[in-house]
Design a protein around this ligand. Sequence first.
Ligand code: ADP
Length: 648
Amino acid sequence: MFKSVLIANRGEIACRIARTAKRLGMRTIAVYSAADVHALHRRVCDESYPIGSAEPRDSYLNVKRLIEAAKIAGAECVHPGYGFLSESGDFAEACVQAGLVFVGPPASAIRAMGLKDRAKALMEKAGVPIVPGYHGERQDAKFLKQQADAIGYPVLLKPAAGGGGRGLRRIDRAADFDAALQGAVREVAAAFGSGRVLIEKYVSAPRHIEIQIFADKDGNTIYLGERDCSLQRRHQKVIEESPAPGMTEKLRQEMGTAAVEAAKAVGYAGAGTVEFVADGTKGLRSDAFWFIEMNTRLQVEHPVTEAITGLDLVEWQFRVAAGEKLPLVQNEVRFDGHAVEARVYAEDPEHGFLPSTGRIVGLEFPADVRVESGVEAGGEVTPFYDPMIAKIITHAPGREAALDRMAGAIDRTLIAGVRSNLAFLGALCRARAFRDGKVDTGYIDRNLATLGAESRGPDYAAAAAGFTHLLARDSNSAAGDDAEPDSPWNARDGFQLGRPRSIEVPLLIDSENADAVVDYDGDGATVTVGGMSPATDANVFDGKDTVFVLRHGRQTRVQVRDVSVAASHGGAGDGVIKAPMHGKVLELFVGKGDAVTAGQRLAVIEAMKMEHTLRAPFAGSVAELVVAAGQQVVEGAQIMLIGRPDAV
Ligand code: ADP
């Protein structure tokens, strides 16, 4: 076995790989970008090396720097994880040329599967069923339209060089073809450097069923069962499970054998996943599954397979890379129970699933389920990388129990600060159609509203619970020495005078203004917000000025309003103007030395596809200007300093 590994990745997968590598006795070597100086993956490894700026192409995608780091560190092998360079034939080759073992398939196999059209042609030759369609070289619009007409609508246009669900377009009618093709080619060429597309028959009620395969360097190849990844949003996986509902042992063997053939056709070694799309209209069937692509790396959802097989797939990757034989032969592979994985993202399902960047002020997971996470409380979700916070994996004897466990685990997870998709995941785990195993890849997009993924008003009951917490906390501390005489917390003096009394406290609930009404009577105080009493099924996380109330995974932020004014101006009192969140300076309205009036617009920052205007907190002049228009800024970074007239 190797003595050391450089992990050319970050986040949860870097942490997960390090765990197995350590268990196998390896020295673990991390790399990190300027945005990851405080990242967890750096600390869980024995050593770490800086490789460049936050921009992926300067760091995690920078082959030269990674190889340099591996050499300086004296690494024996390189594990690419998933994403970044994991499917780069050039990176695999560069490792080998530098005398490092690449923990993955040979560069030739990566390249053979790298382009969807070429891969399909290869698979067709190898006798693997492929989705009917056109995947040839000829690309003129008229010819492609004829092909689509012949295939029959609906069809799916795919970028040959694509991935991650980007650039896929479903076309329902011949009349829409030309416009869709034009749009697709433009988008795809910009994203992937090649405008080449293929056309496939759009499979009805599509289910995504993939087979985990493993091969050693002697060509022994086996399959480790399937994963059903049909719960997708815009072609991106959200929840995965194994076994697939409705899978039979006979069909598993057929799909497994097809996947093994696919791997053998390209001289595969290591872990790989062969993805199939199945027609789900009449359940899974032998004659209704087709190859779509092969991922020549470890998958995000590999823990599902680990749970039901009891194997450590990362250990197998290392063993195969070190030249060992596969630890098991096909008929020794056992499947036990049912496993589910949910991907927890820093995103806001109520607002179009926009990534939610910023600080994670609170993070707690239940201790009785497997959690793969690359961040901790106090850590940051930056705009530079995938905003995944964690994966939760549950395993139980049966499907219902595994889903119950997942729903329960999601309810007991606390994420405060950034927004998350927890409530959405919880709703999915409880959705009837999913419980019945009757979902296809379009299910989520068709049911966003019932899954709670639409703009909703403030949760007043949660806000009332949060305010009650603030009231209790601050009335305790206000009883101390420097209590302000006008503070609402002291209003309980009211009942000491024997008169029932009611006061209103202005709140900021997320971004909405509302008032908390506190009624004092002889027995104490009752709180309502928007007419609602405090929720009793909420979890309150105290972030000092802001409390975060988690109710079934949905986060409500509560602040007393005048506190919030100072906070949202980044400490306006001292005139330091800070970026409210990670983003880009779109426009600067003032220059150094300019006089400004209170409330004047200073700059616009674009973050999470929204524009935020920064205004002067008081009249004065621009004493310092530290950014330029177009520049990326991190949350809390100083933009400028406004000096008070008397201080200049
Ligand atoms: P990418 O590499 O961009 O992820 P894929 O080819 O893997 O693209 O397809 C992404 C998803 O789109 C699949 O998971 C599957 O659910 C769906 N899909 C792919 N091909 C078809 C098809 N021919 N018909 C219906 N759905 C499809």
